[in-house]
Design a binder for this molecule. Structure first.
Ligand code: ARG
Length: 471
């Protein structure tokens, strides 16, 4: 049985069940690089303040480096006895350099360590996430550019509504991801607070140089209230919220890929390498990947809801409940990273069926709004025009025709000002080019937006990302 870091006041050994239930070492081991980084910074600061000697600091830092290498090479066992990664590293240090190692915990608590490690982890993973979001944006832009002028139905209520460019539809997701990117960047602004020196909850009796620790660890600010610093998990919740919104966007895109690849739509083909089959139905080719991204969205939401609920009744300051933040965060990070990686690759494996898309815009009276706009140009109010086109749609429905199949005299029966030029307004291929305003689906606009996106992806010009809030 390993002696606990808190063993002094205990007469009995910890029960094996308690060790198993209480320990976080099985999952918080992934924090070891951050814990060591934090210990090194703390140790140097202690020496700078004369709380330990310079040569002691050198030996501690050297030993911490060795422990890091051992951990990298799986040379230390993660026994539940060690409770958590902070105790394990401290124990390993004491084993290596004896009583000197016991000095590392001067003026600090595991509560400070865990708050620091989680901030360092969220800082890294936020940067990784933004990088991966960019890859998906790149893939979307590439796909949009490749299919720039293909016209497809735009839907509301999943009913054909108006013709749009496929590239416009795809670039809608670019915008969503751009906001996601921004949110993670802004989150980094609030992560940028260094909690060491809280010394469990009240601050330390030692004259610690907290600003120095912050500089060593690359933080912009130090926490201003020790009680808040050790009980704050907002930055994890914020990451989970940002991850949830991101997953919601990926899930909506996935849903579209699933329905577009159905025989009913037939808009896309996903390459064989990115689909799977059925064990019983030989003909099946299933879009498992987008389905799984859609499915995994639920567990990321689950992490957010779980941690919000864990936190809501906790009195200040640290409570063991907070250990539950880890699996939630780690699982969400792993899920988001793999989903972004899969989506970026999957988009490159999609081919659009131009003919099917073309066919789809021919039906469903998709140019009805254009026809109403035409009538407004002839002097009608929009309400009058809407009413008339509604009646024309009814007539066409009765005759089992589309609007462009009505004769000019049939149309004139509704309004005498309708002329031959109306047929141009009934051609779905010409419809997008009339929507030239900023944000509209006109091909020229689309081309401009794609060029702008490519610039953003190269890191040029305005990315739209607001700079982290100054707090
Ligand atoms: N494993 C703990 C956690 O994840 C570390 C902090 C332990 N602090 C304590 N006072 N028991 O929250």
């Amino acid at each position: 049985m390993t002696k606990k870091v808190w063993g002094g006041r205990f007469k009995q050994d910890t029960d094996a069940l308690v060790n198993r239930f209480n320990a976080s070492i099985q999952f918080d081991q992934r924090l070891y690089p951050y814990d060591i980084q934090g210990s090194i910074a703390h140790c140097r600061m202690l020496a700078a303040r004369g709380i330990i000697k310079e040569d002691e600091s050198v030996r501690i830092v050297e030993a911490l480096g060795q422990i890091q290498r051992q951990l990298e090479h799986d040379e230390l066992s993660f026994d539940n006895d060690y409770e958590d990664i902070h105790s394990l590293i401290e124990k390993a240090l004491i084993e290596k350099i004896g009583a000197l190692g016991e000095k590392i915990h001067t003026g600090r608590s595991r509560n400070d360590q865990v708050a620091l490690d989680m901030r360092l982890y969220v800082r890294d993973i936020s940067k990784e996430t933004t990088g991966r979001i960019r890859e998906v944006q790149r893939a979307l832009t590439g796909l949009a550019e490749k299919n720039l002028d293909i016209v497809m139905p735009g839907y509301t209520h999943l009913q054909r509504a108006q013709p749009v460019l496929l590239s416009h539809h795809l670039m809608a997701y670019y915008e969503m991801l751009k906001r996601d990117h921004e949110r993670f960047e802004q989150g980094l602004g609030r992560v940028d607070v260094m909690p060491l020196g809280s010394a469990a909850l009240a601050g330390s009796t030692f004259d610690l140089d907290r600003e120095m620790s912050a500089r060593e660890l690359g933080f912009g600010r130090v926490s201003r209230n020790s009680m808040d610093a050790v009980s704050d998990r907002d930055f994890i919740l914020e990451f989970l919220f940002n991850a949830s919104v991101l997953m919601m966007h990926l899930s909506r895109l996935s849903e579209e890929l699933v329905i577009w690849s159905s025989q009913e739509y037939g808009f896309i083909r996903i390459s064989d390498a990115f689909c799977t089959g059925s064990s019983i139905m030989p003909q099946k080719k299933n879009p498992d990947l987008p389905e799984l991204i859609r499915g995994k969205t639920g567990r990321v939401y689950g992490s957010l809801m779980g941690l919000l609920t864990t936190m809501k009744g906790l009195p200040l300051t640290y409570n063991k409940d907070m250990q539950e933040d880890k699996e939630a965060l780690f699982d969400a990070c792993d899920t988001v990273c793999i989903c972004l990686e899969v989506m970026a690759r999957l988009l490159g494996e999609i081919t659009f069926n131009g003919e099917r898309l073309q066919e789809a815009v021919q039906g469903g009276f998709i140019v009805a709004t254009d026809l109403a706009d035409y009538l407004v140009r002839k002097g009608l109010t929009f309400r009058q025009a809407h009413e008339i086109v509604g009646k024309m749609v009814l007539l066409a429905l009765e005759q089992n025709k589309e609007l462009h199949q009505l004769t000019l005299s049939e149309m004139k029966g509704f309004n005498r000002q309708i002329e031959e030029d109306v047929y141009q307004w009934l051609d779905p291929r010409l419809s997008p080019s009339r929507r030239k305003g900023i944000g509209g689906t006109a091909p020229d606009r689309g081309g401009e937006e794609i060029a702008k996106a490519k610039q953003e992806l190269r890191g040029e010009g305005e990315t739209g990302a607001a700079s982290p809030p100054s707090l």
